[in-house]
Design a protein around this ligand. Structure first.
Ligand code: SF4
Ligand code: SF4
Length: 373
């Protein structure tokens, strides 16, 4: 059995173990949950640790998605979420990047316990490389909880303004966040400053101050990311004194109700990147880049790669892919594995998108599929 096929067999074994252990109610809950079938985003599987968030950040889109401001732990028990993930056909143990905290703050008083147990158990059973994004002060309980799971967890601590408390009215003080993140970094945790979303006229103006505080505190890397707005977010930003005419000028598409529209920020990112690099930061263009860096891996899944070129390249040979195709009953003619890309010629049509995704996730390479005509 090849290296890759072994991962699929391993997942099946874990799934069987949980199937035998869980009650019929728990199995039904896990099977009906979206974690059991949702396709991961291009750079990883977002894992929901809670529902709703009480921080009501001005730029937050979860309220447009129907989430409430009163948070609750995610309704699956830890063993149910692990089982749900074993059922998800896109998840590859030890490979698929896991991102905790995408539609909530994971370390709210109501959700911290659940988030930390999820992180511990998902890592224990499936070994998914973890990343968590947070606005929490990284206190001992949180750090101990993170360390009980993936020891290389990439921790992204958000700071987009130090002075304007209207932007994140209920989140902990950003300077305190940064100081605690710096302390965690000094203790060996893989912490990055998360400067996302860059809010025009606020984050770019304060960038140097934020980055200097982060550097002085001991943080060595930063992730930069653009703002996305809905009609509601734009109105809220306007009430906080943000120049919304400038944001409107930068919209990638016309505003449309609760749809999230990207605000073009390449010039601001370039400027902030220069400041950060002058201060000695490694600057990542995407959250997943921080995750592969934290885990010492090299990745060329998308066109932005290869990322972390000095990281570990997953060892894959043509025969590993051929063996996997035989295991998955996929008919092929040619397979060609190179350092950054895998080219495959298939015989007949199947679920190309899924196949492409799982080969990419398993090998950390871009996949080009074509068909024998
Ligand atoms: S902490 Fe995150 S999820 Fe909560 S309101 Fe702010 S941006 Fe939204
Ligand atoms: S190549 Fe870089 S940006 Fe693309 S998925 Fe991999 S880590 Fe993310």
């Amino acid at each position: 059995m090849s290296r890759l096929t072994h991962l699929f067999e391993f997942k099946k074994k874990v799934s069987d173990e949980f199937r035998n252990m869980l009650s019929p109610e728990s199995k039904a809950k896990a099977e009906g949950d979206h974690h059991s079938r949702r396709k991961p985003r291009p750079c990883g599987m977002t894992i929901h640790t809670g529902v709703g968030c009480s921080y009501i950040c001005t730029y937050c889109y979860i309220y447009d998605m129907g989430f409430a401001a009163r948070p609750k732990p995610y309704p699956l028990k830890p063993e149910e979420i692990v089982y749900a993930l074993t059922l998800n056909p896109y998840i590859i143990p030890e490979r698929t990047l896991a991102a905790y905290g995408s539609v909530t703050e994971p370390f709210l008083p109501e959700t911290t316990g659940r988030a930390l147990v999820y992180m511990r158990d998902i890592y224990r059973w499936l070994g998914l490389p973890a990343q968590v994004s947070t606005k929490a002060i990284l206190e001992e309980e949180i750090l101990r909880g993170i360390a009980a799971g993936d020891p290389k967890t990439s921790i992204l601590v958000t700071a987009v303004t130090l002075s304007d408390r209207r932007i994140e009215p209920r989140a902990p003080d950003p300077a305190e966040r940064i100081r605690s993140a710096g302390e965690a970094s000094r203790r060996g945790f893989k912490v990055s400053l998360f400067m996302r979303p860059i809010i025009h006229g606020i984050t770019d103006v304060e960038a140097e101050k934020i980055l200097r505080l982060a550097a002085d505190s001991g943080i060595k890397s930063a992730v930069l990311g653009s703002l996305r707005v809905t009609e509601r977010i734009l109105r809220n930003l306007g009430r906080c004194g943000v120049n919304i005419e400038e944001i409107k000028r930068r919209l990638a598409k016309p505003l449309s109700g609760s749809r999230q529209i990207e605000v073009r920020s390449a010039d601001l990112k370039r400027r902030i990147k220069r400041i950060a690099e002058d201060l000695g930061f490694s600057v990542f263009r995407a959250a997943c880049e921080a995750n592969v860096y934290a885990h010492g891996r090299r990745c060329s899944i998308c066109n932005m790669g290869p990322c972390n070129i000095n990281g570990r390249l997953e060892l894959v040979e043509n025969n590993d892919i051929k063996d996997l195709f035989e295991y998955l009953n996929v008919r092929y003619r040619d397979v060609n594995v190179a350092e950054n890309v895998i080219k495959v010629t298939l015989r007949g049509k199947g679920d190309d998108e899924r196949l492409k995704y799982i080969i990419s996730a398993a090998t950390y390479r871009r996949v080009v599929l074509d068909h024998l005509v």
